[in-house]
Design a protein. Structure first.
Length: 250
């Protein structure tokens, strides 16, 4: 069974998280802004907390990334709209999740309690891949596995491979930026596509996973996906083949 298929339409890109504990934002210190802006700011803060800040905030995060919504709403933090988390409600959390067009979050109810997690993008070490993600066991499960990047990064990538950096995984998309099913996993403005040879990677023991929002993830080997697992490299959107020999021609 395919976990991820190609589609047609328009994809979306990744966006930076800007919230800070107690920070000032568009509200100018008054908690201003429309309800839409407040919910959007809440979603961005949730992304940052659930991906990167659970340990420093002493949140009780499970190995599958879930935390109690009740615990989140007790944190002494403000969103980018300058609204304290404690002023938000469970319904606000649900609305932020519902509006997120990249499906960054997962919600579950267990024993009468609502829990939330980020579907991917973690740097916190408490999260375990096997608990958070679904393993990919065959190349037949994914039609495309592609990493979007920029021409300026390509020389370094070809020397050292794709590195996960501070995150737990290297991120791949299961389609091209214009594919309708591509919700997350690639920025819209990339100009280079690196395709992974999934069959070879799996044969050599590389562990591949897919998240709830269809991002393909791997720890590689020691945090790196070596160049020998690159199937091909293309420019985007021209889809012209790029080789080591013509890297200087840009």
């Amino acid at each position: 069974m395919r976990l991820c298929n190609n589609g047609s339409g328009r994809g979306t890109g990744m966006r930076s998280d800007r919230e800070r504990p107690g920070g000032r934002g568009r509200g100018g210190g008054r908690g201003g802004g429309s309800e839409n802006e407040k919910i959007d700011a809440l979603g961005r803060l949730l992304t940052r907390i659930l991906r990167h800040m659970a340990s420093e905030l002493s949140l009780n995060m499970r190995s599958d990334g879930f935390v109690k919504v009740e615990d989140l709403l007790q944190l002494n933090m403000k969103t980018f709209a300058n609204v304290p988390l404690i002023s938000h409600t469970v319904d606000d959390i649900r609305e932020a999740v519902r509006r997120d067009n990249k499906q960054r979050f997962g919600l579950v109810e267990e024993n009468g309690e609502l829990l939330i997690r980020a579907n991917q993008g973690h740097t916190v070490k408490v999260v375990e891949s096997e608990s958070l993600l679904q393993p990919i066991l065959s190349a037949d499960e994914v039609a495309v596995c592609v990493h979007g990047t920029y021409r300026k990064n390509l020389e370094s990538i070809l020397q050292s491979g794709l590195k996960r950096m501070e995150r737990l995984h290297v991120h791949f998309s299961c389609g091209l930026p214009t594919d309708g099913e591509v919700i997350s996993g690639m920025r819209r403005n990339v100009n280079v596509l690196i395709f992974l040879n999934v069959e070879k990677a799996l044969e050599d023991g590389m562990k591949l996973y897919i998240s709830g929002n269809k991002v393909i993830l791997t720890e590689g080997f020691d945090g790196v996906v070596p160049v020998k697992y690159f199937q091909k490299i293309e420019s985007w959107p021209a889809r012209q083949s790029i080789s080591v020999a013509n890297l200087s021609q840009s």
